[in-house]
Ligand binder design. Sequence first.
Ligand SMILES: [Zn+2]
Length: 162
Amino acid sequence: MAERAFMYCPTCRMSGVPHNEVFRIDNTKLQCTIGHVFSYDTLMAAKPEMIRKEVLEQAGPGDVTQKVFINGEVLRQFNEKYPGRLSATVTQILRNHLDDDMVIVDGMQARELHSLKVKTGAEIVAAVKQNMTLVDENEDLRKKLSFIEGMFTRNGVAMPEF
Ligand SMILES: [Zn+2]
């Protein structure tokens, strides 16, 4: 998945092509359109020219043009909040919807999670796993308590509480 990095390739610049864009290939690798590969650190060390995000979005490798209808006010607010990010965001949202195991958390649920100090998907998974562990431990403790209570029962009559 090639996502815009909003930088021009510094290697291409040195060979006389100043505006060849760099894309994110994965979390560790970036690559320009003719194949110069960088880690984030090596790219930044080469002091790439940044692309101002107000610049019109350009098609990346494999991109197509698709006419869609978008609520005008939603689009205006989105472009104001995330200038130059519309195509990349639409692509990511569509990609998310292709995953049959996707879980949608809406804004209200997300705010509730945040108030519970849960901010990422990984933290949601950890919280659910921890809850399952606690449920199991609670069940074990109930059984042990029930067994201990049984030791203090004579002829079906519970001993005085202690
Ligand atoms: Zn290059």
